[in-house]
Design a protein around this ligand. Structure first.
Ligand code: ATP
Ligand code: MG
Length: 433
């Protein structure tokens, strides 16, 4: 195949070395924050039975209606690449008997797959960080989940995000509201698009989540769930707001926030940004008290959120956050036959003495001049130079690359100590490049 034909699958991206510092910074900060709140990492398969997603996400959703990567495996089973993380995590909790009188706070991360129309911030393979709490009725855990995400924004240095919350009540309290919605949309049937007409019979609340701008008027004039909450859901929602107020987390109540999956009950929330254009949701979640039982587990209240890593790394760039780079601390120049022969073993010894330090060896030979140019371009603070003369005398030259200090020489055994001293003098902690 010609190179021009050899492209990744549409909507699926390579994440290259130059992007990686942003990804690693996000993942490292997230891991720290999850740790600090006592959330434990779990990993579940990328593939589950198609039935699991149909039953959990809901039939009348964009995901199940048109976005799933579904295939028959060689045994004839219908499998689907996971479009989101919650269904698999709930399945895992049930399969592993984790829910009997137990509570869990867990997180996971990895690729998700949805056959959407690719555009900036919307891809067919994308990545999420995701956390879930099983066994907690809230609203304290609802608040904690939001606090955790707010702390993550602070740790990342991201300021341009704001929080919207809403309550969808319980399935029972939604029944009356659903009638009102159906009446409203029936009365304006001529303004509905095809998807919405279909959802009117199946799940009219989905219509509120439409992304079709032509439907804005009919959605905006629809009755509001928040005006029809049952007393307990109202108290739960008030409780969440009180916790957020007490912790100083600003929020806006958006009575039209319904979220794209069927399983939500009571609390739903979304962090959006004004920095990324149309794909503005960076982290979204909600409570799904009915889902575990619906999938055959013991009735267990649950809540979770998912964060879009492509959007958040874009936001890090957009916000001008400087992330630690992958710059070596030391670049070792090995010029001449003897230096090339001896070099790797020599540098291994220095690595043994300096664990954690980033030491890049020059490979493939070349003149002093060209190797030093590479050392400089690598961003390293220090070059250690070994030529054939140095090999003969078992010495090395050390040259700081970011200031004008004169080059110095020392014996091989002293090289690790000199590296440490020179890096410290430049105010560098090893590995901080
Ligand atoms: P949107 O309204 O943007 O379609 P969603 O409601 O479908 O988002 P969720 O299913 O809740 O999103 O997923 C959680 C997060 O994952 C979103 O807030 C977003 O940041 C990210 N996300 C969702 N779909 C995509 C996608 N196709 N490409 C990149 N990121 C995505
Ligand atoms: Mg979506």
């Amino acid at each position: 195949m010609e190179r021009s034909q050899l492209q990744p699958v549409r909507g699926m991206n390579d994440i290259l070395a130059e992007d990686m510092p942003y990804w690693q910074f996000l993942e490292r900060c997230a891991r720290e924050v999850f740790d600090e709140y006592g959330y434990q990492e779990v990993r579940v398969p990328l593939v589950e039975s198609t039935e699991l997603f149909k039953r959990s996400i809901g039939e009348f959703t964009d995901i199940v209606e048109k976005e799933m990567y579904t295939f028959l495996d060689k045994g004839g089973d219908s499998l689907t690449l996971r479009p989101e993380a919650t269904a698999g995590l709930v399945r895992a909790a049930i399969s592993n008997g984790m829910l009997h009188n137990q509570k869990h706070r867990i997180w996971t991360s990895g690729p998700m797959f949805r056959h959407e129309r690719p555009q900036k911030g919307r891809y067919r393979q994308f990545h999420q960080l995701d956390c879930e709490a099983f066994g907690y009725e809230g609203p304290d855990v609802d608040a904690e989940m939001i606090l955790l995400s707010a702390r993550l924004w602070r740790r990342l240095g991201i300021a341009r995000v704001s929080l919207q919350i809403n309550s969808l009540g319980t399935p029972e309290s939604r029944r009356g509201y659903r009638e009102l919605l159906v009446q409203h949309f029936e009365a304006h049937r001529n303004q509905l698009d095809q998807d919405s007409v279909r959802r009117l019979g199946g799940n009219p609340m989905r219509i509120l989540d439409t992304k079709n701008p032509d439907m804005r008027p009919v959605v905006e004039s629809a009755p509001l769930m928040t005006d029809h909450l049952d007393a307990e859901s109202r108290a739960h929602f008030d409780g969440l707001q009180a916790h957020l107020d007490a912790c100083g987390i600003p929020f806006r109540i958006n009575p039209r926030l319904v979220r794209g999956l069927d399983y939500y009950t009571r609390t739903v929330f979304e962090w959006t940004t004004d920095a990324l254009g149309a794909q503005d949701a960076v982290c979204s979640g909600g409570r799904y008290d009915g889902l575990v039982a619906q999938l055959g587990g013991e009735p267990t209240p649950a809540i979770g959120w998912g964060l879009g890593q492509e959007r958040v790394t874009a936001l890090l760039r957009e916000s001008g956050v400087t992330v630690p780079g992958m710059v070596p601390d030391v670049y070792v120049v090995l010029a001449g036959d003897a230096a090339e022969r001896k070099g790797l073993a020599l540098v291994e010894g220095w690595r043994d003495a300096l664990p954690g330090l980033r030491i890049t060896s020059h490979l493939g030979g070349g003149s002093f001049k060209s190797q030093l140019r590479r050392a400089d371009r690598s961003g390293a603070a220090l070059a250690v130079i070994v030529g054939d003369d140095e090999v003969a005398r078992q010495r090395a030259a050390l040259k700081t690359l970011r200031d004008e200090r004169p080059q110095e020489q020392c014996g091989w055994a002293e090289v690790p100590a000199r590296i440490s001293t020179l890096l410290l003098r430049q105010g560098l902690q090893p590995g901080e490049g």
